[in-house]
Design a protein around this ligand. Sequence first.
Ligand SMILES: Cc1cc2nc3c(=O)[nH]c(=O)nc-3n(C[C@H](O)[C@H](O)[C@H](O)COP(=O)(O)O)c2cc1C
Length: 348
Amino acid sequence: MILERDVPVLAAPMAGGISTPELVAAVGSAGGFGFLAAGYATKSAVAEQVLETRKHTEDFGVNLFVPGPRSGADLGPYRERIAAQAARFGARAGEPVWNDDEYAAKVDLVVAERVPVVSFTFGCPDESTVDRLHDVDTEVVVTVTTPEEAQQAARAGADMLCVQGAEAGGHRGCFTDDAVSAGGGPLYGLLPALRAVRAEVDLPLIAAGGLVRGEDVAGVLSAGAVAAQLGTAFLVCDEAGTGPAQRAEIAAGERETVLTRSFTGRPARGLRNRFIDENEAFAPAAYPEINQLTKPLRAAASAEGDPEALSLWAGQAYRQARAMPAADLVRRLRDEARDAMAQARTRL
Ligand SMILES: Cc1cc2nc3c(=O)[nH]c(=O)nc-3n(C[C@H](O)[C@H](O)[C@H](O)COP(=O)(O)O)c2cc1C
């Protein structure tokens, strides 16, 4: 369970093959807490990862994507754009079809497996799902980006909230995409988000977004969070399944991060590249349809190692991410946080 860990540092779930059982195990071995990412993966692949992780640790989490509604948007024009760009790689556009990410089956799996912690993003699980998880003593975490989402999650029975600031790498966990602002709703930075959520909801809060060093962990603990969840910092660790192009672009540190809907139809933060520049203005709010549409193009770009058409998810502080074994990073974060706390005390 999260609050029982020695180090209040969580390795964020990172879908798409990045959160490996090895990463989760390494973080746990140093006293932190790791999540597997069930999003995009098949139920059987998640089952295998759970099994593999259990060879190393009993204390870990699984993250699920809550399915949203089908998009009513006309996807035709965007489909034509993407088809033309895919052709540059000798690829086709994917079929922009909706799917539920095997959500119900994955909920059944984590209940049957009695996974200690289950976190949700892209929406709020219903009360009956939360009850089923509580019946097997699973701790339920819901990702929120606004105080309104926090209230909804609290009503559904969440045990903890993961408060995600707009600095965060990867997809925003917002429950709905307002289809107007690229951010998909109000863009709270992490500290204001923590403050606003705390004013409304009395649950333990995990802080996420733009945290890469122990000083940052100390900062959010001081702000009232019980733990810090880091994605980008672990993305470059040895055990992460991050591809070579993404690692190289992060190490180079030459690109700005932007929020974009162009790759998946949902706002996500990543390194700006040609694909975003060419498509952002035209991308409909249609997740997961747009994710399906761009998948073959991204796979082809990945095979060619072309960073200009890949989704290079990364948070705003990515330039300070340090490549090293994950257990070393957890220990380093703990030591830095302790030093930062002591240093801060001298100023007060
Ligand atoms: C590559 C990548 C993949 C991510 N995948 C997921 C995911 O599957 N589920 C989820 O809840 N959050 C996901 N996130 C968001 C993280 O949970 C977290 O909010 C974010 O990484 C925090 O910001 P940081 O990257 O600046 O540390 C992802 C983030 C990144 C960078």
